[in-house]
Design a protein around this ligand. Structure first.
Ligand code: PBG
Length: 327
């Protein structure tokens, strides 16, 4: 055969394949989401998310330690309160579940970087992401509640806040409140491009945050759209977002690509609970090789343009990256 160009030449062995990899990953870019609950002695596995747990505050340090030992450097905390009300007051309570979790975490495992999800849905009796006006969320009335929530997280020790509510103008409102209180250097990672997605199903069970009526389609995005996502990302950057997120990840690779080529801030992708649950379920049935699929799907999210990956598989991925299986 008279053939000069042979693509297979660069696939001839593991060392060479690793040398010519086009996508490089680092475990420093992984974020591990964790759920904290009220009570004592609780380390309950979440039924729809095998391998993920609800931790009470006394059990949290060991779990944080385990994440740090696995090579994870950043975590994202979600709080599940035992009392909810119309205005989600537990979200901005100085002694709320997240605020106490932050103080516990910072005190016992200070080497981790603590990001918090800023939202109301776990704390409101109706399960929507803000204050209601009739049957819809009142955007402008919600902004001060979100700003108060973010401030209370930072005062309790959060290193970064991540608003996930999808209200218009919330990044600006949070930035203004943090700045006024002297937290000019605390970064905001906005869930800028967040779709109304069925892939959040297991999370809503885990966080007890499903809306009691209706859905989130008046604030989260329609999955048919991508230009709208660019608009959201650009608006959030204008309002002061230091990082932007696309969520979910696996079905939204085109969105990650477009956003990462448009904005000039780091882009995070959140591989959500439903993505995790699908891999877990198929693996439990023996239908796929879980480790191989974790590696392949994570690499594909970075390849699409993500700089940061938020994933329930962070501990496993940190190990695979260390071992050079990916990255
Ligand atoms: C809070 C929030 C949700 C998720 C992250 N923050 C749920 C939702 O918007 O309904 C989903 C995360 C996951 O599915 O892993 N608003």
């Amino acid at each position: 055969m008279d053939m000069v160009k042979r693509p297979r030449r660069l696939r001839g062995g593991e060392t060479l394949r690793r040398m010519v990899r086009e996508t490089r990953m680092d475990k420093a870019s992984l974020v591990y989401p964790m759920f904290v609950v009220e009570g004592r002695g609780i380390r309950h596995e979440i039924p729809s998310m095998p391998g993920q747990y609800h931790y009470s505050l006394d059990m949290l340090p060991a779990a944080l330690e385990e994440a740090a030992d696995a090579g994870v450097s950043s975590i994202m905390l979600f709080g599940i309160p035992d009392k909810k009300d119309e205005l989600g007051s537990g979200a901005y309570d100085r002694d709320g579940i997240i605020q106490r979790a932050l103080r516990t975490g910072k005190e016992t495992v200070p080497e981790l970087y603590y990001i918090t999800d800023v939202c109301m849905c776990e704390y409101t009796s109706h399960g929507h992401c803000g204050a209601l006006c009739g049957h819809d969320v009142d955007n402008d009335a919600t902004l001060p509640l979100l700003a108060k929530t973010a401030l209370s997280h930072v005062q309790a020790g959060a290193d970064m806040v991540a608003p996930s509510d999808m209200m218009d103008g919330r990044v600006g409102a949070i930035r203004e409140t943090l700045d006024k209180n002297g937290y000019v250097n605390t970064p905001i990672m906005s869930y800028a491009v967040k779709y109304a997605s069925a892939f959040y199903g297991p999370f809503r069970e885990a966080a007890d945050s499903a809306p009691s009526f209706g859905d989130r389609k008046t604030y989260q995005m329609d999955f048919h759209n991508v230009k709208e996502g660019i608009k959201e990302a650009l608006l959030d950057v204008e309002e002061g977002a230091d990082l932007v997120m696309v969520k979910p990840a696996l079905s939204y690779m085109d969105v990650i690509r477009r956003v990462s080529e448009t904005v000039h801030v780091p882009v995070a992708a959140y591989s959500v609970s439903g993505e995790y649950a699908m891999i877990k379920a198929a693996a439990e049935k023996g239908w796929i090789n879980e480790e191989a699929v974790i590696c392949e799907s994570a690499a594909s999210i970075y390849r699409a343009g993500a700089d940061i990956l938020i994933t329930y598989y962070a501990k496993e991925l940190a190990r695979y990256m260390d071992e050079g299986r990916i990255g």
